[in-house]
Write a protein that binds this ligand. Structure first.
Ligand SMILES: NC(=O)c1ccc[n+]([C@@H]2O[C@H](COP(=O)([O-])OP(=O)(O)OC[C@H]3O[C@@H](n4cnc5c(N)ncnc54)[C@H](OP(=O)(O)O)[C@@H]3O)[C@@H](O)[C@H]2O)c1
Length: 261
């Protein structure tokens, strides 16, 4: 795949997996468009990338969990004359707690970011990619998308949406020149658990490993990439051998045990 001279928009580029995507794509010769709320972190990253010889990144600081955020972002990239060839739909987070405990607004924002903005960004940038017969869309799903996850119900459901949506999109995009990937990490060492308010007592992959897996999967035009063999077992094999009811009970027990108090 040719990455040089393409323009890559990375949402959630201010930390973790998104930051690593931005570093990797810049290293491969892409011009990066860095999007998240933390403007200072984005500007620091942009300065580091430019200092390492990458094309000067574009920084767009904005909240993607608001209604209309995707259209607003598209307007901003259009206004700067940016043609997006690579869309890394990465911004996302989880809320922890029973459904009865999570505030309605918090749940609405999660669904807006993880589901609505993610899908709207695809709708807005995909036609341009198809018109140019060239493009890449990576949507950040999770192994949480394969099974129900008590205490993170909306998060797991949002990732199930990302997974199913991206699988359909992969088929629709065959032969168009646009590659589509649903990327499914398991626990990864980023700010994710700090934002969640709880660390998890489980082995974690690095963001570098997650991005390496994604880049390899894109080269092979895979539809879905699960990071790590343990996660592959949990997400691909387990759902085939246990019923959904048992899966909910088992993941509920495992997740409550995994959170350090
Ligand atoms: N870490 C894991 O264990 C894991 C596992 C599976 C899947 N994932 C998925 O991987 C993706 C990246 O997460 P991560 O692990 O890299 O976590 P992270 O380090 O917390 O990064 C999350 C990124 O999303 C951005 N973001 C959050 N809310 C936003 C909003 N309202 N508007 C704009 N940007 C927003 C954050 O930037 P600002 O705060 O600056 O806005 C940050 O750049 C997420 O979709 C997550 O669900 C993570």
């Amino acid at each position: 795949m040719e990455w040089k001279q393409t323009t890559a928009l990375v949402t959630g580029a201010s930390s973790g997996i998104g930051e690593q995507f931005a570093r990797e794509l810049a290293r491969r010769g892409c011009r990066t468009v860095l999007v998240a709320r933390s403007e200072e972190r984005l500007r620091d990253l942009a300065a580091q990338l430019a200092a390492s010889g990458a094309i000067q990144p574009v920084v767009i600081a904005m909240d993607l969990a608001c209604e209309g955020a995707a259209a607003d972002l598209k307007r901003r990239t259009d206004a700067q004359g940016l043609e997006i060839d690579v869309l890394i739909n990465n911004a996302g987070y989880s809320e922890k707690g029973g459904v009865h405990e999570i505030a309605v607004l918090a749940q609405e924002r999660l669904i807006q970011l993880n589901v609505t903005t993610m899908a709207s960004l695809v709708s807005l940038y995909l036609p341009g990619m198809r018109g140019r017969a060239k493009g890449v869309v990576v949507n950040l799903a999770s192994i949480a998308g394969f099974l129900p996850l008590p205490t993170q119900a909306a998060y797991a459901a949002s990732k199930a949406f990302v997974l199913s949506y991206t699988e359909s999109l992969w088929e629709e995009s065959r032969g168009t020149g646009v590659r589509i990937l649903a990327l499914c990490p398991g626990a990864t060492a980023t700010d994710f658990f700090q934002r969640l308010g709880h660390d998890v007592n489980a082995p974690k992959h690095t963001s570098q490993k997650v991005v390496e897996v994604a880049m390899r999967a894109l080269e092979k035009d895979r539809m879905t990439a699960v990071v790590g063999w343990r996660n592959a077992f949990l997400s691909r094999f387990l759902p085939r051998i246990i019923c959904r009811k048992l899966a909910a009970i088992a993941t509920g027990a495992v997740i409550r045990n995994a959170y350090r108090t």
